[in-house]
Design a protein around this ligand. Structure first.
Ligand code: XMP
Length: 529
């Protein structure tokens, strides 16, 4: 049995030259990369340890140094290769990055006792960074040390009450520094300042659009897979859908998608996938109806971890069987995102190779076989989730799929507490469909990270008509979140809750009560199992 391996990707086309964001461990490093991309300039987050040679090899349009820990003089404070400043590449230092520039380029940094945290009023002078921006503006500061002398040859171009050197620039050497954080929303003109740097200083074209991403990825996929066969597991989620469409656009009939219906999907989900891919996009699609198989294995299983394990294992088995039927398939498509690459520490790696070999254990389709002898195709590995959605929309993926809330691989099985049976699945599916419908009707769907119904393993007494009932409750779970690491319970309007509750109790046989989950994560999790 071989390993899943990742090949180094071909060199990017010259027009795809990146802006490199050197990460010094600041809390906003990723945000800087995103802001650059929002200006339609491709950016990559790389380790601060990157060498000048490597930077030269990557041929970036510009370099941005992120914020970081409190003092450039602290023991163990992250450093950088000062030769990068000599490359003639436009460089912008932000906060810690600015202080490093000052220290390494003949200026000075001191702990002046005038630390600034929060909003500050800035006075800006005529300069390249502040071109067409107000001379007085609010900015977001977060620093203990301050630059007390700008680098030799640089002009001071902004100050605040507590920070006399709040920005400097040396247009000749293309070196720029700002003490505040232009990337956060609390600096209202921050994005304009970044655009001044990107467009006017670095001459970056505003051309990194979803269409350009598609064009570039199609080229890369063609170069990688040649004439070989490719397989992709579809989960119904946006990542695997967009990855599949990109590969389909690149190599058409060489791609076969496998959609395993494990019987734990929500109402109409399987039909939607089959209709969208097979019907609309004409992607060769193997639809495996494995409902019975999964449900049989789940009989009598009530432990959450065991449910997950069984579903994951069974999924791999079914997928492998289908792959084998297809014959000689050399490539496996994975919907790995840039956030996964960054999290696994791969962003600083010069080729990206190595990190790609880690298959997500929390993957949407339940984890794909780790011992399949296939190479990975990962067309989304440079994209953030919102960028994947924009690419999906550009490729014509229906809006319903583009904006689909995350759905766990083990599906409804981990939202049914206790036994997973056909009857209990039907109850949950019907209740969940009503909840989804009303959330969409109230125009709340996109504001929520997730909204769904849960079926507990208890019954309670009710009265319907003149009849006593003894039936299940349904729990409404709706959360807001940035990344699912933490989440807050959503304050749904009472009238929406009332409609959901009335409809579920009246329309779903077997339910006589609706409750609302008021727990945040932590200490609760988003899912119930
Ligand atoms: P929890 O319940 O841990 O969930 O707060 C965090 C996020 O992960 C999703 N989730 C999963 N996704 N396979 C997945 O693809 C899984 O096994 C799985 N378990 C939880 C969950 O829906 C939420 O968005």
């Amino acid at each position: 049995m071989g390993e899943v391996v990742a090949l180094p990707l071909p060199e990017p086309a010259p027009e795809a030259r990146p802006v490199l964001v050197l990460d010094f461990g600041g809390q906003y490093s990723q945000l800087i990369a995103r802001r650059v991309r929002e200006a339609r300039v491709f950016s990559e987050l790389v380790s601060h340890r990157i060498t000048a040679d490597e930077v030269r090899r990557r041929n970036p349009l510009a370099v941005i140094l992120s914020g970081g820990p409190a003092s450039v003089y602290a023991l163990g404070a992250p450093q950088m290769d000062p030769a990068i400043f000599e490359l003639g590449i436009p460089t912008l230092g932000i906060c810690y990055g600015m202080q490093l520039m000052a220290r390494d380029l003949g200026g000075s940094v001191e702990s002046t006792g005038s630390s600034e945290y929060g909003k500050a009023e800035l006075a800006a002078f005529e300069s390249e960074l502040f071109r067409d921006l107000p001379s007085e503006q609010t900015v977001w500061m977060s620093h203990g040390d301050s630059v007390t002398a700008a680098p030799a040859g640089a002009q001071v171009v902004a100050c605040s009450t507590s920070t006399p050197i709040a920005a400097f620039e040396d247009p000749e050497r293309k070196l720029y520094g700002v003490q505040f954080h232009p990337e956060v929303v609390h600096t209202p003109h921050g994005q304009e300042l970044l655009k001044n740097f990107l467009y006017n200083v670095a001459g970056a074209p505003s051309s990194w659009t979803p269409a350009a991403v598609i064009e570039e990825q199609v080229e890369l996929i063609r170069a990688q897979v040649g004439k070989e066969q490719v397989i992709c597991g579809l989960s119904g989620g946006v990542d695997s859908a967009v990855a599949a469409l990109l590969v389909h656009k690149a190599v058409c009939d060489q791609l076969t998608c496998v959609f395993v219906d494990h019987g734990l999907l929500r109402a109409n989900e399987a039909e939607q996938v089959v209709e969208t891919f097979g019907g609309h996009f004409h992607v060769p699609l193997v639809h495996v109806d494995a409902r019975e198989r999964f449900l049989t294995r789940l009989i009598g299983v009530t432990d959450p971890e065991e449910k997950r394990k069984i579903i994951g294992e069974e999924f791999i088995r079914v997928f492998e069987e289908e792959a084998r039927k297809l014959g000689d398939v050399r490539f496996l498509v994975q919907g790995t995102l840039y956030s996964d690459v960054i999290e696994s520490g791969g962003a600083g790696d010069s080729t990206g190779a190595g990190v790609a070999a880690t298959i997500k254990s929390h993957h949407n389709v339940g984890g794909l076989p780790a011992d399949m002898q296939m190479e990975l195709v990962e067309p989304l590995r440079m994209l953030f989730k919102d960028e994947v959605r924009r690419v999906g929309a550009e490729l014509g993926l229906p809006e319903r799929m583009v904006w689909r809330q995350p759905f766990p691989g083990p599906g409804l099985a981990i939202r049914i507490i206790g036994d997973v049976t056909v009857e209990r699945l039907a109850i949950l599916r019907a209740a969940d469909a009503i909840l989804q419908e009303e959330i969409r009707r109230a125009d709340l769907y996109r504001d929520l990270w997730q909204s769904f119904a849960v079926l507990p393993a208890i019954k309670s007494v009710g009265v319907q008509g003149d009849e006593r009932t003894y039936a299940y409750p349904i729990v409404i779970r709706a959360v807001t979140s940035e990344d699912a690491m933490t989440a807050d319970w959503a304050r749904l309007p009472y009238d929406v809750l009332e409609t959901i509750s009335n409809r579920i109790i009246n329309e779903v046989p077997g339910v006589n009560r609706v409750a609302l989950d008021l727990s945040s994560k932590p200490p609760a999790t988003i899912e119930w199992e």
